[in-house]
Structure formats: C-alpha cells, structure tokens
Design a protein around this ligand. Structure first.
Ligand code: SAH
Length: 214
C-alpha cells in the first residue's frame, strides 16, 4: 500500500467516524505516512485503525486514539510539548506538525535511537528524543504547555503535574495495566489547582519505572 490519495481518504474517513473533527489534527495526520513508523511483519496494515506491534514488545497506538488524544491536547503553534512514550515516533511526528518544539522520551534506548533516525530522515527538526524514565518528566526542559503520556500510570505522576505550565493541559491514560483504562485530560488552572475530565476508555501498555534493557 502506498500513501496515495485513496489511502489518505480512507484513513481520514476512519478518523472522522471515530469523532475526530479538528481540521488541524486531520491535516497533520494526512501529512504523516504511518507506514514510515511500522516496519516488518505488520507494515502492510499500517493504514488500518488498530494498534500494531513494534520493537521492544511495545505497540504503536491506534490512529484514531492518536488523533483523539492530539485533539484533546489542543496544541497551538507556539507550544512546547512533552511526550512520554516515544515508541515508534508516530505520535511525536504528528505533534511536530502542530507545535513549536516537541520533546519525546522513552525508557528504551533502541526505540529512541530508531525514532531519532526517522525524524532526521523525514526532516522533522523540531523534535528532540531522549532516553529516560518519563515518570520523572524532563526537568531540564520544564515547564511545558502540553504533556501527553502514551503509557498508563495508575494515577497522574506528580512530577508531570508539576512540570505543566499554569493553563497547561496534559492528556494521559490512567488505570491498572491489565484492565480497561480511562483517557483523561488534566488542566492546570491559573491558581495552581487541577481540573480533571474523563474522555474515553482506552488500553495502553503500562508506564514502567526505570530504563528498559534494549
Ligand atoms: N507514542 C507511541 C506509542 C507508545 S507505546 C507511538 O506513537 O508509537 C508506549 C511507550 O511508552 C513504549 O515505547 C514504552 O517503552 C514507553 N514507556 C513506558 N513506561 C515509560 C517510562 N516510565 N518512561 C518513558 N517511556 C515509557
């Protein structure tokens, strides 16, 4: 399959049918060919609306979930965004079309190295990928306008809440790893408090502590 007009039309139709309405997000997703981020056995399923296996036993998320999370994040052109869970790099690539600067971190060095090479090949110069345990955030670059977490902690990690600017938004799945989790949006209020909204049921790999072996 190639990322031709027909493939794009079908892909965007599937996203719209799942509730994606933000035209800026749809345009960003039309610009990024998901097949660049899925290699090996599952490459020919890159345009299907399903999660797929990637290296290190991880998964690239379902495109409609990527779209709905990005829509809920409400990214603006001047924003500095942090993503926890680089995985294939697909979500970061979408964010790079919408934000000024994207920092993305993963606990697997191999995933970060591969994603970095891909960002370079695709000329995505506003993404910085770092190998680190993202449950501590990225203190050196904090605070962030937006934070997106693509692995599920049981509760929103304190350091991530602390690294969100007042008025900032964080979107993340929360819940037990072996159960259905909830995607939530957290808004940091100007007075320092937090406002929580539940968005939809999802299923993500767990947010784990420490670095991965590969
Ligand atoms: N956003 C990715 C999908 C991520 S899958 C994409 O677009 O393809 C979830 C990722 O979170 C995995 O790669 C996993 O290694 C990573 N992860 C889990 N716990 C983490 C932690 N504490 N810090 C950083 N990354 C973590």
């Amino acid at each position: 399959m190639t990322w031709d007009a027909e493939a794009k039309m079908r892909f965007l139709f599937a996203l719209r049918s799942k509730g994606l309405t933000d035209q800026r997000v749809l345009t960003a997703m039309e610009r990024i060919d998901r097949a660049d981020f899925v290699t090996g056995l599952f490459a020919d399923r890159a345009y299907e609306d399903m999660p797929l296996p990637i290296a290190c036993g991880q998964t690239i998320s379902q495109p409609s979930v990527v779209g709905l999370m990005t829509q809920a994040l409400d990214v603006q052109p001047r924003h500095k965004v942090l993503e926890i869970g680089t995985g294939s790099g697909y979500q970061a690539a979408i964010l790079s079309q919408l934000a000024r600067r994207v920092y993305t971190v993963d606990r697997y060095k191999r995933l970060v190295t591969e994603a970095r090479a891909l960002f370079e090949r695709l000329n995505m110069t506003n993404i910085t990928a770092v190998t680190t345990d993202g449950s501590h955030g990225l203190p050196d670059q904090a605070p962030f306008d937006r934070i997106i977490v693509t692995a599920a902690p049981e509760d929103p990690p304190g350091p991530l809440l602390a690294q969100l600017k007042p008025g900032g938004i964080m979107v993340l799945p929360v819940g037990q790893s072996d159960a259905v989790q909830s995607l939530i949006r957290v808004r940091r209020l100007e007075d320092g408090g937090f406002d929580y909204t539940e968005l939809l049921p999802v299923r993500f790999v767990p947010l784990l502590e420490g670095l991965g072996k590969e």
